[in-house]
Design a binder for this molecule. Structure first.
Ligand SMILES: [Zn+2]
Ligand SMILES: [Zn+2]
Length: 261
């Protein structure tokens, strides 16, 4: 009679162990492609890409423009491109999509989540290169802890990525062409949680200071706790965000790793 009890105890303790390990696994985001420098050993180039691990699937949000730069930066950061299971593409600009083809050569079979309006020739190419296409229109769950906002309307339509972390929502934007304030409002509408960090391209280069200040005030009103503007955010906006957010401003450039416990 003793043996089954021992087996049961082993089963229960190992189950608890796995569950708590999942809970304790940190969410880690690494910027693998950006035009802003951070790690001097990596190449900067116009575009954006972020590698995300710690969820039920390993994600890459956008791919930058040039797969050679993408793959070489990943290698220097000791990130195996074959670990990527899902690619989410924000919008169909080359500086966000150009690295995909080279990545699919390394690892065919990746799920590729694109807004539905992407050009049919692009979609065909993804399939031809071995990608498994997922076409996005509305808000959808990608995997445990990750969602797409769905297509956000604007002069250039785009999808953004929502990560549901223990600290709050992490919002990741490619270029935020539909305007960053509209993206923030959309996420507030979709998720019943505060935004812990908004990160990525805010598309504010060349905006007048007054307008940038109004946008920053909107971030504050929306309760966005931390910010990490990069890519197309513009130096002026980055400076003004840093002045306002102080210690809650996250310096983002290629090679920056952000861990959420
Ligand atoms: Zn763009
Ligand atoms: Zn861009």
């Amino acid at each position: 009679m003793k043996k089954p009890i021992i087996y049961l105890m082993i089963f229960i303790s190992s189950t608890i162990g796995v569950a708590s390990m999942n809970f304790l696994k940190p969410l880690e985001m690494t910027i693998v492609y950006d035009n802003n420098p951070y790690d001097k050993n990596l190449r900067t180039e116009w575009g954006f890409s972020c590698f995300i691990k710690g969820l039920s699937k390993t994600l890459l949000f956008d791919t930058g423009k040039d797969s050679k730069i993408l793959l070489s930066n990943m290698k220097k950061l000791e990130i195996d491109p074959r670990s990527v299971e899902v690619v989410v593409l924000s919008h169909e600009h080359k500086d966000h999509t150009g690295g995909l083809e080279g990545l699919l050569k390394e690892k065919p079979g990746i799920e590729v989540w694109v807004p539905y309006f992407f050009d049919s020739s692009f979609k065909e190419k993804v399939k031809k290169n071995g990608g498994r296409l997922a076409e996005v229109n509305g808000f959808r769950k990608i995997c445990d802890g990750a969602y797409t906002t769905g297509v956000i309307r604007g002069w250039i339509k785009e999808q953004s990525l929502i990560l549901d972390s223990p600290q709050g929502i992490i919002l990741m934007t490619g270029c935020a062409h539909p305007r960053i304030v509209n993206v923030i409002d959309k996420v507030k509408e979709l998720m019943d949680k505060d935004i812990h960090l908004a990160l990525g391209g805010f598309h504010l280069a060349g905006f007048p200071k007054k307008e940038i200040r109004e946008i920053i005030a909107h971030f504050r009103d929306a309760g966005v706790k931390k910010v990490g503007p990069c890519h197309c955010s513009g130096d002026e906006a980055r400076k003004l965000f840093e002045m306002e957010y102080g210690r809650d401003f996250v310096q983002v450039g290629v090679g920056r790793r952000i861990q959420i416990q």
